[in-house]
Design a protein around this ligand. Structure first.
Ligand code: TXA
Ligand code: MG
Length: 345
């Protein structure tokens, strides 16, 4: 049985947080909002509880979890660079890969000597972790391989009956998962682009690089899998500006003639007729709006019965555009596993 408790995202009811904390301490699973996406939490010091996360998500046993803390003081071994980064970006969407410290269950890191850790910027997440009194291991609260949840309804669609409690704090603000930065490698390496950009990291820690050296797989196990994918087939449409509509109409025509129901995921507002598709999901114009609405848009087009999703994909290869492009390529199954090319090809 999955219980759902509504909470005010700014001032969550202490009783709801206490209930969540008690479920975690008892070894149960609690889904909760963060500023990025919803997480599926378990007591990170309890190997059995952590094992339940893998079962609930059908997660491959070699894809480690991110540990969430309520204060930087809960993380030993940050080191000089870690302390600089934490001061600048925590609480916030930056996960740091550090040497695993005693007390964190080995199951969290799937046998790796390292652990990824972050302090989320969300009153519900922080209150829950504080009430639990332990670090909380939490991957995104979706079935493995599916699009990350940015609302409690997405969590329930994937995990109802598989988690004990869902704290519903409304839609998440950023909409894409945290940046993962490996501080155990030299030079430090961004394993997954996210809300804290490469450019921001490089200002504080010169020499930070993105992705794996050419030809080598990324050392972040999760990046090997086809991820963030809706049921529909996603096709990226790199045409920008005035050419977008014509490019979409041509592609949509081909697929509709083959009998497919075609959806479009686009910036700004368009009518289906203008793009030659069956349904349109409109994102805002700014990159922040696109990031916040991307996953909900993929899920909405799935729910609308789209067999094919044509996704507008002309985003800059820097800043937040890098993270958006990364997730779109993963949704389309065209990610190479290596450093993302600038912009979308
Ligand atoms: O924003 C987020 O990071 C969300 C919220 C809930 O905090 N969490 C999230 O977790 O996206 P998940 O499990 O979906 O993604 C974790 C990523 C995976 O790509 C995983 O392989 C990588 O972090 N990771 C975790 N531990 C690692 C480690 N020790 N070394 C390298 N990569 C690691
Ligand atoms: Mg995930």
């Amino acid at each position: 049985m999955t219980r759902v408790l509504r909470v005010d995202p700014r001032q969550p009811d202490p009783a709801a947080l206490a209930e969540g904390g008690a479920v975690l301490r008892a070894g149960g699973l609690v889904a909760f909002p963060t500023e990025t996406v919803y997480g599926l939490g378990a007591d990170a010091t309890n190997g059995e509880a952590v094992g339940r996360v893998f079962t609930a998500k059908d997660r491959p046993a070699d894809n480690p979890l991110i540990v969430h803390v309520a204060s930087p003081g809960d993380v030993p071994g940050l080191g000089r660079r870690g302390r600089l980064l934490v001061e600048a970006f925590w609480p916030g969407p930056l996960s740091l890969v550090l040497p695993r410290w005693p007390g964190i269950a080995a199951e969290v890191g799937c046998g790796l000597p390292t652990v990824a850790v972050r302090m989320p910027d969300h009153p519900v997440a922080l209150g829950l972790i504080a009430r639990a009194g332990v670090p909380v291991a939490a991957p995104s609260a979706n079935r493995s391989g599916r699009v990350s949840p940015t609302a409690a309804g997405h969590v329930l669609a994937d995990l109802r009956g598989r988690v004990d409690l869902v704290l519903d704090g409304g839609p998440t603000r950023l909409g894409l998962e945290s940046t993962v930065l490996d501080l155990t490698s030299d030079p430090p390496r961004v394993l997954r682009p996210g809300g804290v950009t490469l450019e921001e990291l490089q200002q504080l820690v010169p020499g930070v690089v993105a992705g794996a050296p050419l030809g080598e797989p990324l050392p972040s196990p999760g990046t090997r899998y086809r991820h963030y994918a809706p049921r529909a087939r996603v096709i990226l449409v790199a045409a920008g500006g005035g050419e977008l509509a014509a490019a979409m109409r041509e592609l949509a025509g081909e697929h509709r003639r083959g009998g497919a129901r075609v959806g479009a995921l686009v910036r700004g507002s368009w009518e289906p007729g203008q793009l030659g598709v069956d349904i349109v999901h409109s994102l805002g114009e700014s990159l922040a709006e696109v990031a916040a609405g991307l996953y909900a848009g993929l899920r909405a087009l799935d729910a609308g019965g789209a067999d094919v999703i044509l996704a507008e994909a002309a985003f800059p290869g820097e800043g937040l555009g890098r993270a958006i492009g990364d997730r779109l390529r993963r949704a389309a199954g065209t990610h190479s596993g290596n450093q993302s090319p600038p912009g979308i090809q």
